[in-house]
Design a protein around this ligand. Structure first.
Ligand SMILES: Cc1cc2nc3c(=O)[nH]c(=O)nc-3n(C[C@H](O)[C@H](O)[C@H](O)COP(=O)(O)OP(=O)(O)OC[C@H]3O[C@@H](n4cnc5c(N)ncnc54)[C@H](O)[C@@H]3O)c2cc1C
Length: 392
């Protein structure tokens, strides 16, 4: 394992830090630290402008191949970028689903026309995407998707419902997993469609979450339309493409998020020192454990980086999601215990929570989205350890 970044990586780190220092200034200064999990509504229009600034200077799609407009940077430098971004307090990215999920899917599975028409708007920060997989009866059991699409000439007509769609209220486009053939086995009748969100036939109903915000929504399709050229892969190949997207979800950005965890942990340490919580022996132990857990994440990230071939992630990466999600959910609880009675009072009326309170409430979902802990264990068992498949 190489526990260090190379000299080129460190030079790149200085370039990223310098750019962030110069650009997270002026009109964008107040975005620092805003728009993260549980704070998605904050300064939304300003964050869209920031996304365009990132795009203008070539900071979106830095790991994408050069042929499609990316920078083709190695995984280590992608991690460096995310680390520096978090260190500088860079705001929650409105374009992360397009950059991290849909873009790589189109690069891998899309047609030449899709690459030409879809990728530039993600790279420039102009198009915001959302992910239309989950339904009331299709979460972990994703192959059970019931939203239907039928062909009418050169158009798909879509009816059904998605739920928990993050960012749907703001998105321009959604990648929607649809059943296009009900007469074949579940996994074989699905197609992966790219659907414009602003059209008659799509109704978005925000769901109010514990944080008081609505980061996700229900999305109802009632005769919504998209062209057949917006099918990624062949009709009936949706399962394969959808699984491809999920593998990108476990990619480089999750490795770099440790720096924002570090920011949260330092805030908790500071409060513990100030309010005396750090004098309590049990609390001291929990604080130390949290610090150790974060170091483990860092070394696992470095191990993962040095174990891969520079592009693809090795099997060890499969533990990343369950580890960070469980650790971060526990950090939320620790934050509230350190705050003590103050954790129960919203600092602003009528329901304006502090950053740590929002973090605590949102962190309850860490072990659910992007594959619940139970599903992650199944993935590790079957794909990394080669244990027998779960009975179906
Ligand atoms: C904050 C947040 C944002 C989200 N954003 C999106 C989004 O943008 N787009 C989208 O499509 N979806 C999104 N989701 C949905 C998310 O993908 C699902 O919640 C998740 O896949 C779990 O599905 P479910 O909620 O239907 O729970 P279920 O699948 O019904 O699971 C219920 C419980 O049963 C367990 N379980 C299920 N199957 C098994 C099994 N085979 N073995 C062992 N245990 C099992 C689960 O682990 C869980 O504890 C989001 C969810 C959250 C919380």
């Amino acid at each position: 394992m190489h526990a260090r970044f190379s000299r080129e990586d460190e030079a790149f780190r200085a370039e990223v830090a310098g750019w962030l220092e110069a650009n997270l200034a002026g009109e964008f200064e107040r975005l620092r630290g805003r728009g993260g999990p549980g704070d998605e509504h904050a300064l939304y229009e300003e964050r869209r402008a920031w996304e365009r600034r990132l795009g203008r200077d070539g900071w979106i799609g830095i790991g994408w191949p050069k042929e499609v407009g990316g920078r083709g940077l190695p995984l280590s430098q992608q991690v460096v970028f995310y680390e520096e971004y978090a260190r500088a307090g860079g705001p929650g990215r409105v374009g992360h689903i397009g950059e991290g999920l849909l873009g790589p899917t189109v690069i891998h599975f899309g047609s030449a026309q899709q690459k030409r028409e879809i990728l530039p708007d993600i790279l420039s920060g102009d198009a915001v995407w959302c992910q239309g997989y989950s339904e009331p009866s299709a979460g972990s059991d994703l192959a059970n998707v019931q939203t239907r699409a039928r062909r009418e000439g050169h158009t798909w007509v879509i009816d059904g419902q998605k739920v928990w769609t993050s960012g749907a209220a703001w998105a321009d486009w959604c990648f929607v997993l649809c059943r296009t053939n009900p007469d074949v086995p579940k996994h074989k009748g699905l197609s992966y469609l790219l659907v414009p969100m602003r059209q008659e036939g799509i109704e978005i109903r925000p769901i109010v979450q514990m944080t008081g915000d609505s980061e996700f929504s229900e999305v109802f399709f009632d005769g919504a339309r998209t062209g057949v050229e917006n099918t990624v892969g062949e009709p009936g190949e949706g399962w394969k493409v959808a699984m491809g997207t999920l593998s990108f979800e476990r990619g480089a950005s999750t490795l770099g998020q440790q720096m924002s965890f570090q920011n949260e942990l330092e805030q908790i340490f500071e409060i513990a020192r100030e309010n005396g919580a750090a004098q309590d022996p049990i609390m001291r132990q929990r604080l130390a454990n949290a610090w150790i857990g974060l170091r483990i994440q860092r070394y696992n990230a470095l191990r993962t980086l040095s174990g891969g071939d520079g592009a693809a992630l090795p099997p060890e990466a499969m533990i990343t999601k369950i580890f960070w999600a469980t650790w971060h959910r526990d950090l939320g609880k620790l934050a509230m215990d350190v705050l003590g009675q103050a954790s129960e009072i919203a600092p602003g009326a009528p329901y304006a929570l502090s950053g740590l309170q929002r973090m605590y409430l949102f962190s309850r979902s860490d072990t659910i989205y992007a594959g619940s802990n139970e599903i992650q264990r199944n993935i590790i068992a079957e794909r990394a350890l080669g244990l027998p498949r779960e009975p179906r």
